[in-house]
Design a protein around this ligand. Structure first.
Ligand SMILES: Cc1cc2nc3c(=O)[nH]c(=O)nc-3n(C[C@H](O)[C@H](O)[C@H](O)COP(=O)(O)OP(=O)(O)OC[C@H]3O[C@@H](n4cnc5c(N)ncnc54)[C@H](O)[C@@H]3O)c2cc1C
Length: 450
């Protein structure tokens, strides 16, 4: 007897939710289960924040769940929160979390609370083993497992961990609330997670000094009104090397195109440009250009930028160049060792927060499911040991480099292969394409006709 078709989505953040919603549009809701430990799936890590100061970092018009209907999110925001919100605005992330929860409810997909810790392949198809000892049988599994806490620090004292003064997970809703208003804090990193922490601390009337440390001490730039060139500033004909791309980019800057507009012109083609690079050229890009790219590409909403500028101006926030190499307990505080261009410094502070961003190396990470998939060769890590190797449909590649017909991924795990895969504009497109692909796999007779 043929196996009853069943899709299991592992993870109910933005990626799993957008996929569930798209599967419902393909008529597959009844054969789909979404597995996630949350009480109500939807918001995931990025959009569960309850702080109104935490805004989305792309304009409302680019965040609609439906790639072909830019107004879908805005109509919902107008009805539910703010009739005056515009396409160029930046809504609070918690509103976007509400929107995602609504989409999940609308989808009609079944939610099963739980965490998958391993996957077995049986003759009847993949079987997910859950932490509570139960099993979930499926014919297709989609890893929408998203983001995990930051990578470990090189040296972290057990006493520092036990003291409760070192905060490894900046998104832990309670951790930052325990920081006293006058305690000094070292923020490890200067990216968007750092900005989140600064906003959060300011919102709780924190008065102590905030020192943010990173190798270059560059903060993300701020969104401004821009005219984006109609065609990408690095064309498909440019030699596929980091140097070739940089030369074309610099030509655009010399022609008077602002860096942010030049970066935005590449949004639709940056994955193709990345895939055209050899491994060596990707490494070169990572080493010399990635961070410069990131601060322009991942910009802050204007209101967020204004709050950060204010914190820099009143010196409640200062930036330091260097690399944090150790965090140790030092009496009733922490001693944070920073390797700087000129030597080694030690900063004494009441608390240290790791704001270096999600750990993309699943092999060493927190997820038993991803770790065992990698160990068993059912999946392989992508570029530089990060994310997963996938084909263009999101099928996960196995140790023999073969796409698996029953194991897929979307969102952050595809960063092992792609250059852009964590933001909503990419995730929603992947969700729509993967839902269509699964429908074709499950009902080839209906899908071929459109
Ligand atoms: C703080 C932050 C802010 C961001 N802001 C923006 C923004 O403004 N705009 C933008 O475009 N992008 C933003 N991003 C990018 C963000 O990565 C994506 O927008 C999106 O939220 C990723 O969603 P996800 O579902 O893939 O991951 P997650 O939100 O991490 O969700 C993954 C879910 O999977 C569950 N899960 C994991 N493993 C298992 C398992 N084994 N079994 C069961 N469940 C499991 C987790 O519990 C979690 O609920 C932001 C990212 C972060 C971290």
């Amino acid at each position: 007897m043929p196996q009853r078709q069943h899709i299991a989505i592992v993870g109910g953040g933005a990626s799993g939710t957008l996929l569930a919603w798209q599967l419902a549009r393909q008529g597959l809701a009844g054969m789909t289960t979404l597995l996630d430990p949350a009480e109500a799936p939807g918001a995931g890590l990025a959009y569960s924040t309850s702080f109104p100061q935490h805004l989305v970092n792309v304009r409302n018009e680019t965040l609609s769940a439906d790639p072909s209907d830019a107004g879908h999110l805005l109509r919902w925001v107008h009805a539910m929160h703010d009739p005056g919100a515009g396409p160029d605005g930046f809504i609070p992330r918690r509103w976007f979390g509400d929107y995602l929860r609504t989409l999940f409810r609308e989808s009609g997909v079944r939610h099963r609370r739980g965490v998958a810790v391993a996957m077995e392949r049986r003759s009847c198809g993949p079987v997910l083993l859950l932490a509570d000892g139960s099993r979930l049988h499926a014919t297709h599994v989609v890893l929408a497992t998203g983001n995990f806490p930051p990578p470990p620090l090189p040296e972290l004292d057990d006493a520092a961990i036990a003291s409760g003064r070192y905060h490894h997970d900046v998104w832990d809703p309670d951790a930052l609330g325990r920081i006293g208003p006058d305690e000094d804090v070292v923020l490890i990193g200067t990216g968007l997670s750092t900005v989140d922490a600064v906003l959060r601390l300011r919102a709780q009337a924190h008065r102590g000094a905030l020192v943010a440390v990173s190798r270059r001490a560059w903060l993300p730039e701020v969104h401004r009104a821009l005219t984006v060139p109609g065609s990408p500033v690095v064309g498909a004909d440019v030699q596929a090397t980091a140097r070739g791309y940089l030369a074309a980019f610099r030509r655009a800057l010399r022609d008077g195109i602002p860096a942010a507009a030049a970066v935005d012109s590449l949004r639709a083609t940056s994955n193709a440009l990345w895939l055209a690079l050899s491994e060596n050229e990707k490494r070169r890009f990572r080493r010399h250009l990635q961070r410069r790219w990131d601060v322009v590409r991942r910009r802050m909403a204007p209101m967020v930028g204004a709050a950060v500028t204010e914190a820099l101006r009143d010196e409640s926030l200062t930036l330091r160049r260097g690399r944090v190499t150790a965090v140790r307990q030092d009496g009733d505080a922490l001693a944070i060792t920073v390797r700087t261009p000129g030597g080694t410094d030690t900063i004494r502070a009441g608390h240290a927060i790791n704001t270096t961003g999600p750990d993309p190396r699943y092999g060493r990470g927190e997820s038993p499911l991803l770790r065992t998939l990698l160990q068993e060769g059912l999946a392989v890590a992508g570029f530089e040991g990060e994310g997963l190797r996938c084909d263009a449909d999101g099928a996960v590649l196995d140790r023999q480099d073969r796409p698996t017909p029953d194991l897929f991924s979307l969102g952050p795990p595809r960063m092992g292969t792609l250059f852009e895969s964590v933001a909503i504009p990419e995730i929603r497109a992947q969700a729509a394409a993967l839902a269509a692909h699964l429908r074709e796999a499950i009902h080839p007779e209906t899908a071929r006709g459109g």
